[in-house]
Ligand binder design. Structure first.
Ligand code: PSV
Ligand code: MN
Length: 427
């Protein structure tokens, strides 16, 4: 299925009168505060978020999985789905692949197809957390950290294979997430496991093209419940520092213990030039993989506040970091959920762009705690939807992507094209 420019135009035409009024009143309010709405609209239009190839079908839990119908049954169909999202919001211009869930059999053809939808390939993800059919050694007791050098070599070779696929597709980064760890005290020698992981990462790094970066993801628990080899940002940063300049830390918002101050982690990593990318999602308790911005939009805003803290242009921050979603949809249509996630992320970005930095710096300098908090609240409580809508309309996207998705009955059409039983690869 494809969404055509005329369908978007027709939808936008209907939205225009109300939108124009809302935008005009917002623009005059911003101008009165000496904020240039044009600058924000331009920056919003540039910001792109990669869609994970593994989040286009129904996600499951260990208790079950409830298929959505019309799920993409091939990599080609996954690209088609991301193409639909991008046509609707013009903000999802990239896809992040997980291998071997999504092996491109004909890389040239896949690249060509993605080009047709204006999609780039963001970081490629390796998978040494599951055993694959025909695989010689098992990852039951670890992969890059395994005690047996033969298992480690197999895991390193897999990562190198993933890099080669990525190179053929024009990707520029490799994400490594390890499930390695232990379930019981005494099971693992922490120091040796970490050191073996460092060595394995160095071997992988040596195989990366010189314009690639490595993203090292951390996670405190699951599937291992006593320890993980890379449990937190500090350990990831430590490894990144040892492995090389282009080794960085990836922050998955769901990979923290409750109430962790993620925005402070972001600030430190930014300061060190080691923040490589994000896996956006939201959570209430653990790695819940919920729609970004659905549970704690204020935290998301504070993260963007830190990202844009330094004086340099936001565009520079946009291009330096890999912006990716990592979510799972147990009860919602994945495409609707992803539209909401992208909107949630861009809302936080727009609010952070509105912060009166001068006033904030002044308040901080004289320890005016009340005003410092007030400056952030003023930005966070602003309804930025007219700005987001305007940036979409100017980019040729739908004024209201979700409403148009429903109106065009996209899921119904995907079900009629692909069937009720079509199931996507992923978790
Ligand atoms: C692990 O929980 C994770 O966040 C990693 O990024 C994986 O690659 C992804 O989820 C998919 O399961
Ligand atoms: Mn992740």
């Amino acid at each position: 299925m494809q969404i055509h420019a005329e369908q978007i135009e027709e939808h936008n035409k209907k939205a225009l009168p109300d939108h124009r009024d809302a935008l005009a009143s917002m623009a005059s309010r911003l101008e009165a505060q000496k904020t240039d709405p044009e600058r924000i609209i331009r920056q919003l239009s540039r910001f792109q978020i990669a869609i994970p190839s593994w989040a286009l079908g129904a996600g499951g839990t260990r208790f079950g999985r409830f298929p959505m119908g019309g799920e993409p049954g091939s990599l080609e169909q996954k690209i088609e789905d991301v193409g639909l999202l991008h046509a609707l919001n013009r903000s999802s211009g990239a896809i992040s692949l997980h291998i071997p869930w999504d092996i491109p059999k004909d890389t040239a053809a896949i690249k060509y197809l993605a080009d047709e939808y204006n999609l780039a390939f963001d970081a490629v993800n390796s998978n040494t957390f599951q055993d694959q059919p025909g695989q010689e050694y098992s990852y039951k007791y670890g992969s890059l950290s395994h005690t047996d050098p033969a298992v480690r070599k197999q895991a390193v070779d897999h990562n190198v294979e993933v890099i080669r696929y990525g190179e053929a597709l024009g990707s520029k980064a490799l994400t490594v997430w390890l499930a390695d760890g232990s379930n019981f005290p005494g099971q693992q020698n922490f120091r040796k496991a970490l050191d073996r992981t460092r060595q394995s990462l160095e071997s992988i790094y040596a195989e990366m093209p010189s314009d690639w970066k490595m993203l090292i993801e951390y996670k405190p628990y699951e599937p291992n419940f006593y320890s993980t080899v890379i449990p937190d940002w500090g350990t990831s940063l430590l490894l990144a520092g040892k492995v090389g300049d282009r080794a960085t830390t990836l922050v998955d918002l769901g990979h923290h213990l409750p109430n962790t101050n993620i925005e402070q982690i972001v600030a430190t990593l930014m300061m060190e030039g080691k923040l490589g990318g994000f896996h956006f999602n939201d959570s209430k308790y653990g790695d819940d993989d919920l729609t970004t911005g659905s549970i704690d939009p204020f935290q998301l805003f504070l993260i963007f506040t830190e990202l844009l803290e330094e004086d340099h242009a936001p565009e520079e921050v946009f291009s330096r970091i890999s912006w990716m979603i990592d979510a799972s949809h147990n009860v919602k249509d994945p495409l609707e959920d992803l539209l909401q996630s992208v909107e949630g992320i861009k809302t936080a970005l727009a609010q952070a762009l509105l912060i009166d930095r001068e006033a904030l710096n002044e308040a901080r300098a004289v320890n005016d705690v009340t005003m410092a908090q007030q400056v952030l609240q003023d930005a966070f409580r602003t309804d930025v939807r007219p700005l987001l809508r305007e940036s979409r309309i100017r980019s040729g996207a739908a004024a209201d992507p979700l409403r148009l998705y429903r109106k065009l009955e996209v899921r119904k059409k995907l079900i009629s094209e692909r069937g009720e039983d079509s199931v996507a690869t992923g978790l």
